[in-house]
Design a protein around this ligand. Sequence first.
Ligand SMILES: Cc1ncc(COP(=O)(O)O)c(C=O)c1O
Length: 378
Amino acid sequence: MSIYLDHNATTPPWPPALDAMREAAETLWANPASVHRPGQRARAMLERARRAVETLTGLPARDVVLTSGGTEANNIALHAPFAPGEPAPGALVTSRIEHPSVVQAAEALAQRGVPVVWVEPTPDGRITAAAVETAVKGPVALLSVQAVGHETGTVQPIAELRALADRWNAWLHVDAVQALGRMPPATWAGADMVTVAAHKLRGPKGIGALAVRAGLKVRPVLRGGGQERGLRPGTQDAALAAGFAVAAERAADGGAERYRVLAARRDRLEAGLLQLAEGRGIAVEVNGPRGEGRAPHVTNLSFAGWRGPELCASLDLEGVAVSSGSACSAGTAEPSSVITAMLGRDRAVSAVRISLGETTTEADVSGTLEAFARVLVR
Ligand SMILES: Cc1ncc(COP(=O)(O)O)c(C=O)c1O
């Protein structure tokens, strides 16, 4: 038995995306920056990926910067308003429940002297407009909040944060990696910059994008050639772009509907796990919102007395793949910094994230409940 419930770490590539990549790798291997016709043909595939990102995000293809993934896009976004050697035009406002590529980039900017305001999340992982207002004491240059929490599935109130950013004349960056292709566009609408990662929407790893509102100037983090209008130097890969384009076109076409149906499966799984644990005298709690304000495919639970990594390892032996934090922090001894920021270290130590995806079946839910039943008696 093999059940994959770690779709927030990455999703299985969509077979037509793989086909498109294979074909492009064979036929579009010329350097997309070359002016000759083979180069032009490779470049056309980059443009197709850019158009797919426009369809997905609502931001113009012309201003899409293709990157090596979400991490690089987040780094470009966070550095955008802060020119090295110049005074910061205002603070960077973000939180400790963001992806490490935001948190660490913010820490690096703080070391450079940029004022960084860390907003307290609510216990269910929301960054409310009220909390942002309380935390902010001076001018703001950039507000960076993810659309959907990568560990908890909490949906952030982006429209309210947009209104605050307008009031402060600040930019709003939304890391929509966990929302695109899974949630309706209202989840990230209004953002000035949107981060995309192809591998979370059944495309390849190693490619993503920062979509930018027309007229807004970002600056390169890496230095090099003139690719991506100098904003992301380095030779682009038309094969990765092909997989990204095909996956993003599909994600824009019914992705949210395909994910919406997962709510019933997630709810059955969550209710089953609560019942199972309580029946064995294990205190269990959901980390994140119940009901409103959560993405349909994620649950994050703490099982008192268990350590998350041990529970994950036991489930792995039973053929069920889940995780105890974001994949980026896996292998570290530290419990999830996201759950720690929301609910404290004890809850984080015993946390397990279960994330469903397009390939998740009712049988996977039943199989997972059976595997937990075998593991939790130990
Ligand atoms: C919310 C979020 N942002 C950014 C990233 C980083 O994307 P990538 O793996 O493409 O660098 C991830 C991936 O885990 C993510 O979940």
